[in-house]
Write a protein that binds this ligand. Structure first.
Ligand code: IDP
Ligand code: MG
Length: 138
């Protein structure tokens, strides 16, 4: 069921730092399953769709430059219910300096832009974002 899936992106810093396995491993250990995953380099058009709510903000150009500078792992993970919420709790706060220890950002990051991983922020965002990156996924 689509409502039990969410979009995860291991950002370019995670790929560069060799932390993709650590991040995906945490989701797997939690009990979530990978249903799609692919390394892609994201261009400005797909980033403008994905980050539509941020277009025009002061950090937007830096965000697009960062997100497009190298490959990301785009993935869909699935769990029994509210998977987007499970993933968001595991990510921690947007600013890794404020993210609690034990969360991915809290354990692995220090930079607000380069915060390692994206997770959809609601069931509706999850549906929208999965459709952007994996339109053919059943
Ligand atoms: P989220 O990823 O925790 O949902 P959002 O507010 O949706 O956070 O922001 C999207 C992404 O934009 C963040 O993950 C981070 O990479 C970047 N970002 C957010 N706020 C700032 C900021 O104030 N300065 C620089 N980058 C930011
Ligand atoms: Mg967000």
């Amino acid at each position: 069921m689509a409502v039990n899936r969410t979009l995860v992106i291991c950002k370019p810093d995670a790929v560069e730092r060799g932390q993709v396995g650590e991040i995906i491993g945490r989701f797997e250990r939690k009990g979530l399953q990978l249903v799609a995953a692919e390394l892609r380099t994201l261009g400005p058009d797909v980033l403008a769709l994905h980050y539509a709510e941020h277009v025009g903000k002061d950090f937007y150009d830096d965000l697009v430059a960062f997100m497009g500078r190298g490959p990301v792992l785009v993935a869909v993970v699935e769990g029994p219910h509210d998977t987007w919420s499970v993933v968001r709790q595991m990510l921690g706060a947007t600013d890794p300096m404020k993210a609690a220890p034990g969360t991915i950002r809290g354990d692995l990051g220090t930079e607000v832009t380069e915060n390692l991983v994206h997770g959809s922020d609601s069931a509706e965002s999850a549906r929208r974002e999965v459709a952007i990156f994996f339109p053919g996924l059943q």
